[in-house]
Design a protein around this ligand. Structure first.
Ligand code: PEP
Length: 253
């Protein structure tokens, strides 16, 4: 049996100045301690990456970015390249978050280019997929997810995807306090794993971590993690407070 190590990832979105981010990261590092069973990642805003990287160097925490651009360098005002993220200490990068799709025009095609850039630089891409409330109500959840997966991962080989992580984030559950039921989450995670199985075979499908995201809190993490195909969580609001986030990380205790 393939052992999928849980990952609890915190997306800090556009919250926290550099000094606030460093302070939060230090407190979190202390509260998390050395957890042998769970990987923990935080994704502060770009402006805080390097300082947070220094602050968590000796800790169990890893660093991620919330976005990247696919070019190596050039006249792309406001964008950040993969090597800039690596030089700031990042190991992970969140790609295709629904807020980027909704407010910044990201499409499955741009997501695909971003994953390619991450893969080429050995950054671990966290590909976010998820249906809107309207998609769910009109029974389009699986076709929407299938399209996001097919186009997002178009052209990748088996070897390209060894660092890939998927985050299933139903758009209607992000920041709304509504969480998918554990059965809804398991159903979709099972579906996503089966699409990976069809395209890449059982070994890869069984080894890829699929995170759930959408109003994850200390009081619902354990039941979500008890589902066979839920391998961790991508946490927004509840990752901003070190104590709350560390309680999510310690869901096994
Ligand atoms: C997110 O931003 O990825 C997210 C899941 O947010 P929240 O936990 O606040 O719903």
């Amino acid at each position: 049996m393939i052992d999928r190590r849980p990952l609890i990832a915190g997306n800090w979105k556009m919250f926290k100045t550099c000094s606030e981010a460093v302070e939060t990261a230090k407190q979190l590092a202390h509260l998390v301690g050395i957890d042998q069973e769970v990987d923990v990642m935080i994704a502060p805003p770009f402006t805080a990456l390097e300082k947070v990287s220094d602050a968590i160097k000796e800790s169990h925490l890893s660093l991620g970015a919330q976005n990247l651009f696919w070019e190596s360098e050039g006249a792309y005002t406001g964008e950040i390249s993969p090597s800039m993220l690596i030089s700031a200490g990042c190991e992970y990068v969140i790609i295709g978050h629904s807020e980027r799709r909704q407010y910044f025009g990201e499409s499955d095609e741009t997501v695909n280019r971003k994953i390619r850039a991450a893969v080429n630089h050995d950054l671990k891409p966290i590909l976010c997929v998820g249906e809107s409330e309207k998609d769910r109500e009109s029974n389009d959840t699986f076709s929407v997810l299938d399209k996001q997966m097919k186009i997002g991962l178009k052209g990748f080989s088996l070897d390209d995807l060894k660092l890939l992580i998927i985050a299933y984030e139903p758009v209607w559950a992000i920041g709304t306090g509504k969480t998918a039921t554990v059965d809804q989450a398991q159903e979709v995670h099972g579906f996503l794993r089966s699409t990976l199985d069809k395209s890449y075979g059982n070994k890869l499908a069984k080894s890829i971590r699929i995170l759930y995201g959408g109003s994850v809190k200390p009081n619902n993490i354990s039941e979500l993690m008890a589902m066979a195909d839920v391998d961790g969580a991508l946490v927004g609001g509840a990752s901003l407070d070190p104590e709350t986030f560390s309680n999510i990380v310690h869901f096994l205790k």
